[in-house]
Design a protein around this ligand. Structure first.
Ligand code: ATP
Ligand code: MG
Length: 348
């Protein structure tokens, strides 16, 4: 039986992962084990990512993650902050690909920042590289000879890093509409020229996928002008960071959007809502559990090979929404539990 590690974390994390677990229990047989992470773990053990939590993640077939972040720990040393736990798990599990779908559920047109007819056309999966680029290249700051403060962050990728993320992009496109758009800035950046060359080389292994290339500035514009043109976008860490947040605003509430972090084909992954711990509404039972429930669906699809069950859960969320189920972020008044029950009812 597959082992699913649940790391509920802080704030609304425990409230939403509890509901996602109920939905998982309804569609299959799994063993669940829970462990603390983030501020919750710091309180219990003095560290945001205890060894036992890491060991559980390593042992599991997939990790369902809630959220971390606790205002109480904002002032402490960076390595002990709740957020440090996320980087620790990513590193340990070698999670180099971040997948973020953005799609508008029918009935939520008013929540999108786009005009309804444009918002309705969006159904894009952004595949973002997570371990390289300017965030992890050589960094530094110094005084120039004329005494000015100067900072630098080196943008770098090697071909192996580009190849593995390109493969995730192509594999993802194979599961969807078989269209992949690679986003770079190859007209001015060496890293992007390498990126483009390697993506083209990898494309030889995926003759069924239609590959296109777009400069990142154009991609940002096209995402709000005509998002329906995209199926899967594959891009580097920095461009992906920006584009995935942009795409999520097109799709309505932050409470609806899941994500996956993967270590390669069919491997273990970590699945979590894109939202944070939402301290402002924690403990009030009004968080939207859909992002966590949809993260559980991605877990089934990408780590456990249970695409049919994933489809069922996604369809149930869509049905609950069309039937009018709404938490406060969607302009309604259902509690977290009542929203999950609407999804469970739609599953049946
Ligand atoms: P982080 O830095 O951890 O990403 P954040 O401060 O950027 O956190 P969130 O914790 O995601 O932000 O919260 C942003 C806003 O969205 C808050 O007002 C929060 O209440 C709201 N929010 C986040 N998740 C949900 C949810 N599942 N349901 C309803 N509202 C939510
Ligand atoms: Mg945030």
């Amino acid at each position: 039986m597959p082992l699913i590690a649940i790391l509920p974390g802080d704030g609304i994390g425990p409230e939403v992962t509890r509901e996602a677990r109920r939905v998982l229990e309804r569609v299959g047989d799994f063993t669940f084990e829970e462990a603390p992470v983030g501020g919750a773990a710091y309180r219990e053990t003095g560290h945001p990512l205890p060894e036992a939590t890491l060991a559980l993640a390593r042992r599991s077939d997939a990790v369902l993650f809630g959220a971390i972040g606790d205002p109480e720990f904002e002032a402490i040393e960076r390595s002990l902050r709740p957020e440090a736990a996320l980087l620790g798990i990513r590193k340990e599990l070698n999670l180099f690909a971040n997948l973020r779908p953005a799609k508008l559920f029918a009935g939520l047109e008013d929540a999108s920042s786009l005009r309804p007819e444009i918002a309705r056309s969006i159904d894009v999966m952004i595949v973002r590289e997570l371990t390289g680029d300017v965030y992890f290249g050589e960094k530094g700051h110094r005084k120039t000879p004329e005494g000015l403060r100067e900072g630098h962050d080196l943008m770098r990728y090697d071909e192996r890093e580009v190849e593995r993320i390109a493969r995730v992009g192509f594999e993802t496109a194979m599961r969807r509409k078989k269209r992949l758009c690679s986003v770079d800035k190859a007209n001015v950046l060496e890293t992007s020229q390498l990126w483009r060359d390697v993506v083209i080389e990898v494309s030889a292994d995926y003759p069924d996928v239609t590959l296109s290339h777009m400069y990142v500035d154009n991609a940002a514009m096209q995402l709000v002008r005509d998002p329906g043109q995209f199926d899967v976008i594959v891009t580097g860490n920095l461009f992906g960071d920006i584009l995935s947040d942009q795409a999520s605003m097109c799709a309505g509430s932050i409470g609806m959007l899941p994500s996956a972090s993967l270590s390669g084909e069919g491997g273990r992954g970590m699945y979590e809502p894109i939202h944070g711990s939402a301290p402002d509404i924690a403990g009030q039972g009004k968080a939207n559990p859909c992002a966590a429930i949809l993260s559980a669906a991605m877990l089934l699809r990408y780590s456990l090979g249970m695409a049919a069950e994933a489809d069922r859960i996604e369809a149930a969320v869509a049905k609950a929404i069309t039937d009018g189920a709404r938490t406060a972020d969607l302009g309604g008044s259902l509690s977290t539990t009542a929203m999950a029950e609407a999804v469970l009812a739609a599953l049946a």
